[in-house]
Design a protein around this ligand. Structure first.
Ligand code: FUC
Length: 792
């Protein structure tokens, strides 16, 4: 590939090193993360390991909570919302969750003066998962590349130069640590705090509590391979490498975290990390690189997207050849650049691959990347939108194995959450509130009821189990052994949690609509009432999924009959006098009409209770909510904007959805294309990618819809490899806003109905395909047809 062609690959590139963390480029294997700054004289890679958290397992439940539940319910029925809220905040909440921690930094210092550097470029190639830095120094070429390997579980850096390299390698950590040079390895060992006293305030060491016997400890090990030259261990724990033109550095990292219920201490992290590093060190650089690229490309290459006409290298618009920061700036100023939107889409896929792989921890608010001891919102799992948004893209964008860590998190929460359900609410099943950490804290956090008093986190998470089933319906083992038991546990809690209102309808009490507040009849701002729309939407959906799952599995007839009965009695969605979908049971006025959460639109996206074809009145009422929120400044955080893209896609409003892609990328994106809440929060990246997919393909109702929300800005394009529910893979090509060609591949057989431009499509000449077979057709909208796909 020549240099001109390279510019058109899926890559981020810059003409100067990163100064800020939000300019550095992320690499990761789901477990080890690195932010590559790319300095020529001083390279810094800010490191993370996904099990390095503050704290240790402890009982965070509030044994007092249950005593207040009935009183709170009565206060709410009596309209004494303020009093109920106070009682909850004083008596029914728990404690703050723990924080994800930075691991440390790898520094490479080179003896060169920055002034003599020319032709500098650093980049991240999404297609290979390799970050590179190259430049000339006094005319000689220098090149460095770095990646984190899934197969070998190490970070690998290779430095090459036309002249002799003279470098020192140093490790450090913002946490308590020591560095030593053991034979052939630089080793840093350290400890995470057991508690961080306060967040939001920046890194204040005085508010950090260390207790080395109970917190998590960790190690980073670095070893170097040189080809000729010298390696010398310096007294202060650095290593100096000189007189060689090629160096390979391998970095391993580990903690002694074993399990959310176990006090860390049983394993020696340095030994654990060393063992992995020693195995990798036996393989030559070329083999490490080849296995990494193979693993990466097998997943990354599953989906290809083009927006805009096919690229003609000779006449390409200048955009793709611009450095990414400049490209972002031009785009933010209004330049049309659909190729940049493609880059953002693929970057979302890349980030999920880099932060969530089978066997690792699920991606949290910052994926796996974090330099702070007191990160914003503890870098936790916020389950009232953020954690789920991280996984909206997983199935449709063909990264379904990246979903597995979320399933593990749900499984573990069902264990801690069972105790919380019993202790806090005297309920069966399992429950989770809005903040979760590595210790699988399921109890409410402290603070305000508007965020903490929300026992529906587990119910929303269960949607992700059902989604996995819908995309892979052939995997009945998953449905029977994993999804159904967890969904049933969450539903058991809901059955106990629901209460009847005065009209006999089932609602929740107490209830909030995540993190919004209303004006009470007395004129006060309050968050607590009964039966918020989101609560009942979530519960209805879970009940329906349980009913369908039990039918497929032939399970639990008697229990399911009871669930059906409860489901029928749930409060329905209601439209207020102003034509908007109601957020609460009562027609309260919102305290913040432009609030960032769009909780009552759950049924439109990610849920499917509201649909422009099946429930047009509700869809119209949802549209009104959206417009009203936006009129008052809603959508102002990255994730909120990303949610809006998906909501407009579901309303078939492609141009409106595209407007918010532009807003997300222009207003809420850092130079390294990380999403800005602000501060950095990765959900907007993932939600944005999911939104782009949702505009091109939908499969949540009774059929697969091709190009359901295609904006004018994407008149031409093609996509390969998107996934549809039912186990289908879809390729499409379109031109001048009209579908030219589509290919449907089936993994599991089953019925496949396709809709395009509001019509079900005729598939010329064929009505049946076999499982595993391909079906391609020329799109001629107009005739209703169902493709029956037989099981092979
Ligand atoms: C929820 C949101 C905030 C933020 C936090 C991590 O509380 O309301 O905007 O994203 O999660």
């Amino acid at each position: 590939m020549n240099e001109e062609m390279m510019k058109f690959r899926d890559r981020l590139w810059y003409g100067q090193p990163a100064e800020l963390w939000e300019e550095a480029l992320p690499i990761g294997n789901g477990r080890i993360g690195g932010m590559v700054y790319g300095g020529a004289a001083v390279e810094r890679i800010a490191l993370n390991e996904d099990t390095l958290w503050s704290g240790f397992p402890r009982d965070t439940n509030n044994y007092d909570a249950l005593r207040h539940l009935e009183k709170v319910r009565t206060l709410i029925w009596d309209g004494k919302y303020e009093e109920a809220e106070q009682r909850i905040e004083r008596n029914m909440l728990g404690r703050r969750t723990e924080s994800y921690q930075p691991l440390g930094d790898l520094y490479i210092h080179q003896d060169l003066s920055e002034d003599a550097i020319t032709d500098y470029e650093r980049s991240l190639d999404l297609d290979t998962g390799i970050a590179s830095v190259q430049y000339r120094y006094k005319g000689a070429r220098y090149h460095r590349e770095v990646f984190v390997s899934v197969p070998d579980q190490v970070l690998v850096m290779r430095l090459e130069a036309e002249e002799e390299l003279n470098i020192t390698v140093r490790l450090s950590s913002p946490l308590r640590h020591k560095v030593a040079y053991a034979p052939n390895q630089l080793v840093l060992v350290g400890h995470a705090p057991v508690h961080i006293a306060d967040n939001y305030l920046g890194d204040h060491p005085q508010s950090i509590l260390y207790e080395e016997s109970s917190g998590i400890s960790f190690a980073i090990n670095v070893t170097a391979h040189i080809y000729g030259g010298q390696l010398e261990a310096l007294a202060d724990g650095r290593i100096r490498i000189s007189k060689t033109r090629s160096i390979t550095l391998l970095l391993g990292a580990a903690t002694n975290f074993e399990h959310f219920e176990q006090v860390p201490g049983g394993v020696n992290p340095a030994r654990k990390s060393q063992a992995v590093l020693n195995t990798a060190a036996q393989r030559p650089y070329s083999a490490l690189r080849a296995s990494h690229i193979q693993d990466h490309q097998e997943m990354y290459g599953r989906v290809k997207l083009r927006l805009g006409p096919p690229i003609d290298i000779d006449h390409a618009a200048g955009n793709a050849a611009l450095p990414t920061d400049e490209r972002l700036r031009k785009y933010s100023e209004g330049a049309d650049d659909p190729g940049f939107e493609v880059l953002y889409f693929q970057y979302g896929r890349y980030l999920l691959m880099a932060s969530s792989r089978p066997g690792t921890q699920a991606a949290h608010l910052q994926g796996i990347w974090n330099p702070h001891i007191q990160p914003p919102w503890n870098c936790g799992y916020t389950t009232n939108i953020n954690t789920q948004m991280n996984y909206w893209l997983a199935e449709v964008c063909s990264l379904s194995e990246c979903h597995e860590p979320l399933t593990d998190l749900i499984r573990e929460l069902s264990i801690t959450g069972k105790r919380t359900a019993r202790i806090h609410y005297g309920a069966d099943g399992w429950v989770t509130h809005h903040n979760v950490d590595i210790w699988r804290t399921a109890s409410p956090s402290d603070g305000k009821a508007s965020w903490a008093m929300w026992p529906l986190g587990g119910v929303w998470l269960c949607r992700h189990l059902w989604e996995q089933h819908l995309y892979q319906p052939g995997n009945l083992d998953f449905l029977r052994d994993t999804a159904y038991p967890l969904m049933k546990g969450a539903a058991l809690f809901c059955i106990d949690w629901l209460v009847a209102d005065s009209g006999g309808r089932l609602v929740t009490n107490p209830s909030t609509s995540p993190e919004n507040q209303f004006i009470t009849p007395a004129g006060n701002v309050c968050s607590v009432s009964a039966g918020s729309t989101m609560d009942v939407s979530l519960i209805r959906e879970l009940f329906k999924h349980c009913i369908q799952a039990a039918q497929i599995l032939g399970h639990d007839e008697a229990w399911i009959n009871m669930v059906k009965e409860a489901c029928d009695k749930l409060r329905p969605l209601e439209v207020g006098e102003d034509g908007r979908l109601m957020e609460w049971l009562e027609p309260f006025e919102e305290a913040e009409p432009g609030h960032r959460h769009l909780s009552h639109l759950y049924g439109l996206y990610p849920g499917n209770e509201i649909h422009p074809r099946h429930t047009p009145e509700l869809a119209q009422a949802a549209r009104k909510v959206l417009e009203a929120r936006l009129e008052h400044g809603g959508g102002h955080t990255g994730w909120s904007c990303a949610w809006i893209i998906n909501l407009y896609a579901r309303l078939y409003e492609g141009d409106r959805a595209h407007e918010f892609i532009r807003t997300l990328l222009s207003r809420s994106t850092y130079p390294n294309l990380f999403d800005a809440h602000p501060p950095f929060q990765i959900d907007g990246n993932f939600g944005g990618t999911a939104g782009i997919a949702e505009m091109l393909l939908q499969s949540h109702s009774d059929c697969i819809e091709l190009l359901p929300a295609l904006p004018m800005a994407w008149r031409d394009g093609s996509v390969e490899g998107l996934k549809a529910r039912g186990g289908f893979t879809i390729d499409m090509e379109w031109d001048d806003s009209r579908l030219l060609r589509a290919i449907v591949r089936s993994q599991h057989g089953g019925v496949c109905r396709i809709r395009y431009l509001g019509q079900l499509l005729e598939i010329t000449g064929r009505s049946e395909i076999q499982s595993g077979e391909e079906l391609s057709f020329t799109a001629e909208p107009g005739v209703e047809y169902t493709i029956q796909i037989k099981k092979s």
